[in-house]
Design a protein around this ligand. Structure first.
Ligand code: DNO
Length: 386
């Protein structure tokens, strides 16, 4: 696998020159300044490509070329937006950037309730607390029928929490779930939006009546149009699993387990239609055996995210060390070792040592990810000897 690193562009506090020093070979990035749905021009792509190459690196993967919301819910302008997407793909292909990651999660990309949960060793990690999430759904969004989506025990605990939660804790929860985790990834909500909950509720409305089957159809409709472009320009498209891999906020999710992945790959059965094998997202679903999934889908995997999670008995999940947890990364690396050009990045790392006051994007610390990359590099070197 090729060792890549997610970098957020020239404003990223981590410089490309730092990355050369720690063994990074390729860059994963996006044109984050271009609003969702607009065309990535040849000029914009080329400028960024040159910037990366001037630092002695290569632009290996686009993460992400965002699929506009209305393509997911099949809004009136979806055909125009898909046309734009196709032009962006063709432009990327013409400039030789061949691996394109995207996701198909309605309204909200990845979700955590706590972005800095202190661990016993003094580091901080990302955490998903089921009760706090239910509280957010039931008492902050006030979503109709939300109570029916959680167990009685969780609902009861959310009611208890409602009696004690402070205004600051409520604001932090909104900030974690829909502002900070979404803001830096071309999400629907941006830092500084004054009414994030109202924006969010308006988006949820768009999915009234869209169930899993319909969302799958909308993905298929999209794939049928973009995969021929991928073929023409020698591109590999790779869908990212849902994080977490279960339905949330009454929204369907369609990349959560083996059956979902198989459905997607068969819906347009073309090698260009592939998977981002995110061991971290998949490991947060108790239904998933990550190593088994890697074995089954390695040949259609175009991009690998190495990360691991632990699911706790109460249903919470916590991001684990790259050497532990349900991701079993050593075994996953063993499976992917036969794909020398497959781009891989270490996904999220803990906040540790001087990371803490640097204001990095959640999950994208420097020292934490550097440690993870060293661990992964060690595992890769050991596995290569087997
Ligand atoms: C978060 C990421 C996701 C991912 C997108 C891919 O850290 O794993 O935001 O980049 O879902 O489209």
């Amino acid at each position: 696998m090729e060792k890549t690193w997610r970098w957020f562009g020239p404003d990223d506090p981590i410089q490309l020159s730092d990355l050369r020093q720690i063994g990074v070979e390729g860059i994963v990035t996006a044109l984050h300044h271009i609003p969702n749905g607009e065309i990535w021009s040849l000029e914009e792509i080329n400028n960024r490509k040159q910037y990366i190459e001037n630092a002695g690196l290569r632009w290996s993967v686009v993460e992400s070329l965002p699929v506009p919301e209305s393509v997911r819910y099949a809004g009136a302008d979806r055909d125009r937006l898909i046309e734009n997407y196709k032009i962006s793909l063709a432009n990327l292909g013409q400039l030789g950037i061949r691996t394109i990651c995207y996701n198909f999660m309605p309204v909200i990309d990845w979700i955590r309730t706590d972005l800095a949960k202190k661990q016993d060793d003094g580091t901080y990690t990302l955490y998903f607390d089921k009760v706090r999430f239910a509280y957010f759904d039931m008492f902050i969004l006030n979503r109709k029928g939300a109570e029916n989506d959680y167990s009685l025990e969780i609902v009861e605990k959310a009611h208890q929490l409602n009696k004690t939660i402070t205004k600051k804790e409520q604001d932090d929860l909104i900030d974690s779930i829909i502002v900070k985790t979404q803001g830096f990834i071309n999400g629907n909500i941006h830092e500084g939006d004054r009414h994030p909950v109202a924006i969010f509720n308006r988006l949820l409305e768009k999915y009234k009546g869209i169930d899993k089957k319909q969302l799958r159809e909308n993905l298929k409709y999209f794939l049928e149009q973009v995969i021929p472009v991928a073929e023409k320009y020698d591109l590999n498209l790779c869908i990212h699993p849902d994080d977490p891999p279960f339905p949330v906020l009454g929204l369907p999710r369609i990349v959560t387990n083996e059956e979902d992945i198989r459905w997607i790959l068969q819906s347009v059965d073309n090698p260009r239609n592939g998977l981002t094998f995110c061991a971290g997202s998949l490991s947060a679903g108790i239904q998933n055996d990550v190593v088994d999934l890697a074995k089954k889908f390695a040949s259609r995997t175009h991009f690998v995210h190495l990360r691991s999670a632990n699911v706790l008995p109460n249903g919470d999940f916590v991001e684990a060390s790259h050497l532990g947890g349900r991701g079993h990364l050593l075994q996953v690396i063993k499976i992917f070792k036969d794909y020398p050009h497959l781009p891989m990045r270490v996904d999220h790392g803990p906040l540790m040592l001087t990371d803490v006051d640097k204001n990095y994007n959640p999950g994208y610390s420097f020292l934490g990810r550097m440690k993870a990359l060293a661990e992964v590099s060690g595992m890769m070197a050991a596995v290569a000897e087997l």
